[in-house]
Design a protein around this ligand. Structure first.
Ligand code: SF4
Length: 413
């Protein structure tokens, strides 16, 4: 029954009020949350909650609002990407990555993204809507369920999936508070990374929250001329102001800022780029994270060769910066954010389009778990344009983005 609210769509207080109305003590709320945090997939599993109360919960709530519609595995099952359908028909992705010492979830905060970076699969389809806080937390709960069945626990969360987290600020902050609540997931905010393409006013606001999350800046270029193309929000918030704002956050929280750099062959991997990066960040509380590009169809960008990645890393190190190269995960699981969504939408809308990669397409179709999504266009969901105020404030209409990017890149090359 889609009309029942999800259990986490109501606050702790509202759940306690619901319990009180059934003459149940308020501590039952902690029991219910405890079961959710341990990966319970139904209210009936909550064995220390009296049976009539479990039945009442089942009648009035859903355990989650997310419906998994496709799953893609990679890296010998160390990486799992799940596409979820939301209430209303939009869909988002979340990726579980298993390592020797931790399990990390890459989480989505919006269905689509209003920023429109031209190298990003998410940026290619129309913006859908902001996620509610509980829809963000439910991605984590599903990861908990998945990992619990393998004897693992979720230890880290990164807001680097679909969407610009700072454009959905209130829901993201509320979800971080819930995920770090000891009554629920109890994940330290220090193990939660919130990324942004550069919404400076929200970075300042984050510094006031007393939530010591790690801030990641999706930098990708150190000069405005190039960053205006790669990250269109730069036209509103230029790179020098962005670094000043992120360093103010570092000064306030004592947390080192991570600067993300998707490596695009021949675009931002030159000696000039490394030197500009050095000038921008040298001596600052900063860490550079190089991310070799995961190829995305219908974009003008290429992934660098391994030797090119190594060379750029050395060039950045020579600038006296701390730098790591991110492990490329999920190349066989539509790794870049938005790719699984795009592939599934294409299959549903026009199966003939999948014939270029029959092996992969059929493997996803076999794993399709749920009911049909409402998407009817090859590029994505049926929502036309965003009704969110945050979208209206952002520059750069996406429709001309790819074309403009191609023009600007060839001009600056
Ligand atoms: S890279 Fe991030 S900010 Fe840019 S369009 Fe994709 S999801 Fe949005």
């Amino acid at each position: 029954m889609a009309d029942r609210p999800a259990i986490l769509s109501i606050s702790a207080k509202e759940l306690e009020t619901w319990l009180t109305a059934r003459k149940a003590p308020a501590y039952r709320r902690k029991q219910v949350w405890g079961w959710l945090a341990r990966g319970a997939a139904s209210f009936d599993e909550m064995r220390d909650v009296p049976k009539p109360l479990r039945s009442g919960l089942e009648e009035d709530f859903r355990i989650t609002s997310l419906r998994p519609v496709a799953v893609s595995q990679a890296d010998r099952s160390l990486t799992t990407k799940t596409l979820y359908e939301l209430d209303g028909g939009h869909s988002v992705e979340a990726v579980v990555m298993r390592y020797a010492d931790r399990s990390t979830l890459c989480i989505s905060s919006q269905a689509g993204c209003p920023i429109g970076c031209p190298f990003c699969a998410t940026g290619k389809f129309p913006f859908g809507r902001n996620l509610k806080a509980h829809e963000i937390v439910e991605q984590a709960l599903d990861a908990v369920r998945m990992l619990a069945s393998e004897g693992r626990r979720l230890s880290h969360v990164v807001f680097m999936g679909m969407g610009e987290p700072m454009a959905n600020y209130q829901s993201v902050i509320e979800s971080v508070r819930r995920m770090s609540d000891p009554d629920l997931l109890g994940i330290s905010p220090r193990r939660i990374v919130v990324s942004t393409s550069g919404l400076i006013p929200r970075i300042a606001q984050l510094g006031e929250e007393k939530l010591p999350v790690t801030l990641a800046i999706s930098l990708h270029a150190a000069r405005d001329e190039l960053r205006d193309v790669l990250v269109p929000i730069n036209r509103k918030y230029p790179v020098a102001d962005l670094v000043a704002s992120s360093q103010a956050y570092a000064g306030k929280t004592g947390r080192r800022v991570s600067y993300e750099w998707v490596l695009l062959a021949g675009v931002n991997d030159t000696e000039r780029d490394a030197k500009e990066l050095g000038t921008l960040l040298r001596g600052k509380l900063a860490h550079v994270n190089l991310i070799p590009f995961n190829p995305v169809d219908d974009t003008p960008y290429r992934a660098p060769e391994r030797a090119g990645v190594r060379r750029f890393r050395e060039l950045v190190e020579a600038q006296s910066l701390n730098v790591t190269v991110r492990d490329t995960r999920g190349r066989d699981a539509d790794a870049a954010c938005g790719q699984l969504h795009e592939r599934v939408m294409r299959e549903r809308a026009a199966p003939v389009l999948t014939s270029t990669r029959p092996g992969r397409a059929s493997s996803i179709r076999r794993r399709c778990l749920g009911r049909a999504c409402s998407a009817t266009t090859p590029s994505g969901c049926t929502a036309s344009s965003s009704t969110e105020a945050s979208t209206a404030r952002l520059p750069s209409p996406r429709s001309s983005n790819g074309r403009r990017a191609r023009q600007r890149i060839s001009a600056s090359a």
